[in-house]
Write a protein that binds this ligand. Structure first.
Ligand code: ATP
Length: 338
């Protein structure tokens, strides 16, 4: 077994890879479990325990993949990770012929007689879905709608009949594989994204239970920004509140995401200083991380550096007014949030 670096994917589960390409996921200290996170995890686990596949559908950065890893870790089975890809064909998922093996038996037990026996056999290499179905692994299929719908067809019979049809093995007594009772599948997709994605077949969606994600509540976002960004609660609150203000003010209700809060928090943690307009590090981090990107960027064009500056000023003014109001009300009421 060798450790693989899913950390680079930002995942929150300890993991080790095995020879069959599976990974053993375990609990991670970096995972934040607020009531909101726990509630959706519990629902997903209930459906998985009942034998259903689940599908996390939601905008970018809403925590779908992280939760998929967390839930898969709870199942306690080896997991196999797939990323949707428009170049996938069914054979990339279920397997393919991988050559031909010829064996020759020379029987010269009686030295004057040589008996030759030849046998040819096409070799088959299982791919990840077949392995998972045979061994009862958990499949995490991230952004499955980036694969062409026909590539995902094997899931239709897996999820409804518990059978994997492997045409390449027909005629060898193994054309159909009975799916292991512990096999489970967790799908994720982003319905907001339209570039490079396919519309998932209704038949496939009908065979899974879809849980719709939105951005987490403020407290959950603050907890994640603090943990992932490595800043204290007060700075995480200011960063998240500013990012949420931008989300409300912009034309795209899904931009900026929690990833922006984590990134700004990380810069603050690395360079120090407060999440305040008076701190140049915070100002330029907000401009660069939230501001307008290239033409192909996911960032909406309206977030120019000037707009980010204006929003920062508005944010500071609102914070000041709130502090003054609280001061006027006395020490009893300190629970007002944005
Ligand atoms: N419960 C959590 N605990 C700790 N970190 C989290 C949690 N949920 C989300 N995050 C962090 O928030 C960021 C976005 O989460 P994630 O990648 O899971 O979102 P996503 O919805 O899968 O996004 P995309 O659709 O863009 O792939 C990541 O850095 C992730 O580590």
């Amino acid at each position: 077994m060798s450790a693989i670096a899913l950390a680079s994917l930002g995942q929150d589960a300890e993991d080790f890879s095995d020879d069959d390409g599976s990974i053993a996921l375990g609990p991670s200290d970096a995972f934040v479990s607020s009531p909101a996170v726990q509630e959706i995890a519990d629902r997903a686990l209930a459906y998985l325990d009942a034998g259903y596949a689940v599908h996390f559908s939601g905008p970018a950065g809403s925590g779908k993949t992280t939760l998929a890893f967390h839930v898969a870790a709870q199942l306690g089975r080896p997991s196999i990770l797939l990323h949707g890809d428009h170049e996938f064909g069914s054979s990339d998922l279920i397997g393919r012929e991988s050559g031909y093996r010829r064996s020759r038996v020379v029987d010269n037990y009686i030295s004057s007689v040589v008996k030759l026996q030849e046998e040819g056999r096409a070799l088959w290499t299982d791919n990840r879905i077949t392995t998972a179905c045979r061994l009862g692994h958990t499949i995490i299929y991230d952004e499955f709608n980036r694969s062409k719908p026909e590539a995902n067809n094997p899931f239709l019979s897996i999820l409804s009949e518990g059978v994997l049809n492997v045409p390449g093995l027909h005629g060898r007594g193994e054309g159909y594989i009975k799916v292991h009772p512990h096999f489970r599948a967790i799908f994720t997709s982003n319905p907001v994204e339209y570039a490079g994605v396919y519309r998932a077949q209704d038949a496939l969606l009908d065979r899974m239970i879809t849980l719709y994600f939105d951005h987490y509540d403020r407290d959950t976002e603050v907890a994640i920004a603090a943990k992932k960004g490595g800043v204290d609660q007060a700075r995480a609150e200011k960063v998240v509140d500013f990012v949420r203000l931008c989300r409300r003010q912009g034309s795209d209700p899904h931009y900026p995401t929690l990833r922006a809060s984590i990134a700004i928090a990380r810069v603050l943690a690395a360079r120090g200083g407060e999440a305040s307009v008076s701190n140049p590090v915070f100002r330029w981090a907000c401009r660069d991380i939230l501001g307008r990107g290239s033409q192909n960027s996911a960032k909406p064009a309206e977030f120019t550096a000037d707009v980010v500056d204006e929003l920062l000023l508005q944010f500071e003014l609102e914070a000041l007014e709130r502090a003054q109001r609280m001061h006027a009300q006395g020490p009893a009421n300190h629970s007002v949030h944005f």
